[in-house]
Design a protein around this ligand. Sequence first.
Ligand code: FDP
Length: 336
Amino acid sequence: MADAPVTLSEHVVSQQALLPTEHARGVAAVVGRIGRVAAVIAQELAHAALRDRLGYAGGTNVSGDEVKKLDVWGHETMLAGLRASGGVAAFISEESKDPIEIHEAGGARGLVVCCDPVDGSSNLDVNSPVGTIFSVRPSRGRIPAGPAALGPGTEQIAAGYVMYGPATVLVYTVGQGTHGFSLDPETGEFLLTLPDIRIPRRGTVYGINEGNFYSWHPGQRAFVEYLRTPDKADGRPYSLRYSGAMVADVHRTLLHGGLFMYPADFSDPAKPKPKLRLLYEVAPMGFVVEQAGGRASTGTGRVLELKAEEYHQRAAVILGSPDDVEMAEQFYRRGT
Ligand code: FDP
């Protein structure tokens, strides 16, 4: 008889031994809780059009994005879930300017969670994939706890994402490989379907918003020109795939290899302007991809070594198959 599938809660418990002792239970509780919140978000997304939940809430968030009703609802739902987990000392969310301190869970064991509850929300109104991205760090007893999130991404002790597509998939790491689960809609349980994901060394696909081509760094432009120049023996041209939701583009890259890139806008070379947020988009995805054998770079350095000065700081990212990311860095070094 086939073995019963491993649930997310069982898997997280089995990973506890790999975590620093003081955080093992807290991380298991938080990841398990995010799985439960994700099942609720998946349900809400499926019913959103029927419940008049699509469209804008009015107003913009701290990054200047127009806020959708589901962004607000996702933030409140995630906050309530993390409070209930009992282990979260601070919550940093795309939808809140300042960290939300949760005093009852302070102390050395308290965790800081950075999260984009509904990422890729411009896809919502056209029923295309969206996601949730999360990152967990130790607070080390700091009060307030929020500033503990400003260290380099190497301080993350867990990270992952949920993709709400044809199926809902949760992928996470605690620093010992990257593992993926599919939501069983009948039971609301996430079941292990992608154990120990390994990204191919090199891919055949790249994902980037090519409409921004003329505002990129010259090395970035030359690299994309190279990827689309035919050379059969070298496996080029690469194919272009871009969904407009970071989670969906990273998930494809993780499974099939290749690249997901969101480079900075270099229209003013003295002030490059990246778009994606470091704490709850770029750093957690960097951790997940590295743990699958991939690389995550800004074009000139490792993403996980970046330290944030502000909670909603932005960073450029080129992530995916290690050989492809290495090639991108070579183009940045050459600058053409
Ligand atoms: P969105 O603005 O829809 O929330 O986080 C921002 C993000 O989506 C990412 O998920 C996505 O990869 C990127 O922005 C898409 O940006 P462009 O529309 O500029 O391509």
